[in-house]
Design a protein around this ligand. Structure first.
Ligand SMILES: [Zn+2]
Length: 315
């Protein structure tokens, strides 16, 4: 009989401990104060397709670069040095995820011009993936798939740095683990880096106004197309930006699973630009080499992005 009060006390203490120590529910995504975006000056003419091509060449020269590989680490170090050359500060965003191949260590690379306070966002985020799909049956270097967008982003960094005020509005992010580790990309396998980046973005006190994601942007025969669910206020700006960069931009039909999806999931208005990979005979094949990369296509992409940022309104 004397034990009853002790049991009751323990119960009360347990409930109290649970109440105070229970894990907090995750913050609702995208609740930070949204930043206002002011159009950037038009820097498009400064973007060089030859420079971007040289970057794709340098990146793919390391060989296949699947997540957690030695080559991936070498590419990261190379990119950090390239960003530093034009005054960008970089940060590695490392995390581990359980994948169909077991736990894998991933690493995104973030860059900002000048000093960086990573607890706050900048108005613009421009991203693309670094990793190449792990296809050991052949020497898969993903020149267009992963290489092209990375090369364009490094060249964008060089161009933006010529106008520090413009560069100060932009965060660049290179995602790891876009590719599925087994078979085709699914919601469960792939997009590891962009999902993690989106999660971290949601913890910041301020929120970007515009997201841009690039993928497979180096093939002239299959020029970039845009996501049909891009915000309506992007439409005129990106179409006229493409036109003045030498091509007619169309929307791809349906939905493509790519790194823009996690960003859109955070309610970040995001433009996705991607070549029609279903028509590329070398997609996820040994033929995705430098031979399919056209400097003119890289230039069209880079200039479209810069013209878009010079013309789009904040919301
Ligand atoms: Zn791919």
């Amino acid at each position: 009989m004397k034990r009853a009060p002790i049991v009751l006390l323990l119960l009360v203490l347990t409930v109290a401990a649970w109440f105070f120590l229970k894990p907090k529910p995750p913050e609702p995504i995208g609740t930070g104060a949204r930043l206002t975006f002011t159009a950037l000056p038009d820097l498009a003419e400064k973007f060089s397709g030859d420079h971007a091509y040289a970057q794709v060449k340098a990146i793919t020269a390391f060989g296949p670069r699947p997540p957690a590989s030695e080559n991936y680490g070498k590419v990261m170090a190379y990119l950090e040095a390239e960003f530093a050359k034009s005054g960008w500060t970089t940060a590695r965003q490392t995390f581990t995820r359980v994948t169909p191949r077991g736990p894998v260590n991933f690493c995104n690379l973030l860059a900002r011009h000048g000093t960086a306070d990573w607890t706050k966002s900048l108005p613009v985020v421009i991203g693309g993936h670094i990793d190449s799909k792990d296809l050991p049956a052949f020497h898969f270097i993903g020149a267009n798939d992963g290489g092209s967008s990375t090369g364009v982003i490094v060249e964008l960094a060089r161009v933006l740095a010529t106008d520090p005020q413009a560069a100060g509005q932009v965060e660049l992010v290179l995602f790891d683990g876009e590719e599925a580790l087994l078979g085709s990309l699914t919601h469960a396998d792939g997009l590891y880096g962009s999902k993690y980046y989106a999660l971290e973005l949601s913890k910041r006190s301020t929120w970007p106004a515009i997201g841009i994601v690039l993928d497979l942007v180096g093939d002239k025969k299959y020029p970039i197309q845009s996501n049909p669910d891009a915000p309506a206020h992007f439409s005129d700006a990106v179409k006229s930006a493409a036109k003045d960069s030498g091509f007619d931009l169309t929307s791809y039909p349906g939905q493509i699973l790519d790194d823009h999806i996690p960003l859109q999931g955070t309610k970040l208005p995001t433009l996705h630009l991607i070549g029609d990979f279903t028509q590329m005979p070398y997609w996820h094949q040994a033929g995705d080499t430098l031979e399919v990369i056209d400097p003119a296509a890289l230039e069209q992409t880079g200039r479209t992005v810069l013209r878009f940022l010079a013309r789009v309104k904040g919301s």
